[in-house]
Design a binder for this molecule. Structure first.
Ligand code: ZN
Length: 400
C-alpha cells in the first residue's frame, strides 16, 4: 500500500534561494498550463497534454522573457503540468457529472503567498547517504524522525508559510493484519464534541477535542485579531503574519496528532468502522458547521482508511437518505428536524430519550449494516444480552 512519510528539511540559505526559484517557476508553469487550456477551451481548439507541456515548458524556456525557466530542473516543471492537467480534468469531470462528491470549481491559479511545493519523480531526486539530493538544488539535510519503510517513488518538497521546509515521500509499506476484533463501531461527526462513537455492544462514547488543541485554537484566534490591527505593508504586519502562520502550524500538528491516535485506537479495537459519506453529510449541515468541520473530517476518514488497509480492518461508508439526527435509533421513526441547539430529545413514538450525537452515531452503525436491527443497538432487548452500559439504553428501558 502507498503511504506518505514526512520529514523536516534544513536547506542552506543558498539552497533556500534555489528552492524559491524552483517554486516560482513551477507555479508559473502551472498557471500557464491553466491559461493555455482556458484559451484553447474558449477558442474551441483541442489541445493534447503534450502540446500544453510544449507551450508551457519547452517553448517558454526558449523565449527571452521567460528564459529564467531554464535555471531550474525540468522535472518539477513537468510535474506542475501534470498537476494542472489533473486539476483541469477533475473540474471537467465534475461539470459533466462524472465525478463523485461535491461540485468543484475551475482550478485556482497558484499564488505567491502561502504554501509552496514542487513534486519530483525518481529522475528528479535521490537519497544520497543521509541527505536528499534534489536536481539543481543539491544535497539537503533531512531530519530522519523515523525510518523509511522502502525506497520512495516520489517526493514533494514543501515550504510552509511559517518558513519551515518538509519532504513528503511516497513509499510502499507492507500490510500488517491484526487478529480479528469482536466489535463494530459507527461514528458521527459531532458539533459540540469532535465525534460520537456507537458500538454494536450498545455502548456509546463521546470523543472531545483535546484541551491543548482548544487552547492552541484560542491563541491562533488572538494572533489573527492582532494581525488585523497592523498597518498594511508595515514590518509589524509581516511579523504578525508570521506569528499567525506559526500558530496555524501548531493547531494543525495537534489536530493531526489527535486524529492519528483516535483513528489508530478505533481501527485496533473494532473489526469494521462505519462513517458517513462526506458528500452526503455535507448536504445536511449548516454552512457554518460545514466550514468548521468538513476539512478535519475528510482527513480523519482518510486516516481511518489508511490504518484499516494497514491492519486488515474495514471502513464502511454510508450514503445518508434521512438526516441521522432526526431519526430515532431505537424505533426508526423520523421525529422531525431539530434545531442545532437541541442536544437531547425524547422520541414521540417510543419514548426513548436521546443524546443528539450518540443517536446519530447509532443510526450510522445501523445504516452500515453493522448492527442487525435498530433494537440490537440497545442492549436491553437482546435475549442473552450484555449488561446495558449506555445511558441512552437505560433510559429507553425505563421509558418503554
Ligand atoms: Zn423511537
Amino acid at each position: 500500500m502507498l503511504v506518505r512519510y514526512r520529514y523536516r528539511l534544513d536547506p542552506t540559505p543558498a539552497q533556500q534561494r534555489q528552492l524559491a526559484r524552483t517554486f516560482g517557476c513551477a507555479r508559473w508553469v502551472y498557471n500557464e498550463c491553466l491559461r493555455v487550456r482556458d484559451g484553447a477551451h474558449a477558442g474551441g481548439e483541442k489541445v493534447t497534454d503534450t502540446e500544453v507541456q510544449r507551450r508551457a515548458v519547452t517553448l517558454a524556456r526558449q523565449r527571452a522573457e521567460t528564459a529564467w525557466l531554464s535555471e531550474v530542473a525540468s522535472v518539477p516543471l513537468v510535474q506542475a503540468c501534470q498537476d494542472a492537467r489533473r486539476a483541469y480534468r477533475n473540474w471537467f469531470d465534475s461539470l459533466r457529472g462524472q465525478r463523485k462528491g461535491r461540485r468543484i470549481g475551475h482550478p485556482r491559479f497558484r499564488r505567491k503567498h502561502g504554501r509552496q511545493s514542487i513534486r519530483l519523480t525518481r529522475n528528479g531526486f535521490a537519497l544520497n547517504g543521509d541527505q536528499l539530493y534534489v536536481a539543481k538544488v543539491g544535497d539537503i539535510t533531512v531530519r530522519w524522525s523515523r525510518d523509511l519503510p522502502s525506497v520512495p517513488s516520489s517526493v514533494t518538497v514543501i515550504r510552509e508559510p511559517d518558513g519551515r521546509y518538509y519532504a513528503s515521500f511516497v513509499v510502499d509499506r507492507a500490510e500488517t493484519p491484526l487478529p480479528a476484533a469482536g466489535r463494530n463501531a459507527g461514528i458521527d461527526l459531532g458539533l459540540t464534541t469532535f465525534a460520537a462513537v456507537a458500538y454494536d455492544d450498545g455502548t456509546v462514547e463521546n470523543v472531545a477535542n483535546a484541551r491543548h488543541l482548544r487552547a492552541a485554537q484560542r491563541r491562533l484566534a488572538r494572533a489573527q485579531r492582532a494581525l488585523c490591527r497592523k498597518q498594511k505593508g508595515s514590518a509589524n504586519r509581516a511579523k504578525a503574519r508570521r506569528r499567525v502562520a506559526v500558530h496555524h502550524r501548531k493547531v494543525r500538528d495537534q489536530r493531526a496528532d489527535h486524529h492519528h491516535k483516535l483513528a489508530l485506537r478505533l481501527i485496533r479495537e473494532n473489526q469494521a468502522v462505519a462513517v458517513e459519506d462526506l458528500a452526503v453529510a455535507g448536504l445536511c449541515r449548516t454552512r457554518l458547521a460545514r466550514s468548521v468541520h468538513d476539512a478535519g473530517w475528510a482527513t480523519f476518514v482518510r486516516l481511518l482508511r489508511e490504518k484499516a488497509d494497514q491492519y486488515g480492518r474495514q471502513v464502511v461508508t454510508i450514503g445518508r437518505f434521512e438526516p441521522t439526527s432526526q431519526v430515532c435509533s431505537a424505533c426508526g421513526v423520523k421525529d422531525g428536524p431539530k434545531p442545532l441547539g437541541v442536544r437531547e430529545w425524547t422520541c414521540r413514538a417510543c419514548g426513548a430519550s436521546h443524546d443528539r450525537d450518540a443517536n446519530a452515531a447509532r443510526n450510522v452503525l445501523v445504516a452500515a449494516g453493522l448492527a442487525e436491527t435498530r433494537n440490537a443497538c440497545g442492549a436491553p432487548v437482546r435475549p442473552s444480552g450484555s449488561p446495558a452500559r449506555s445511558v441512552e439504553a437505560g433510559t429507553h428501558r425505563g421509558a418503554a
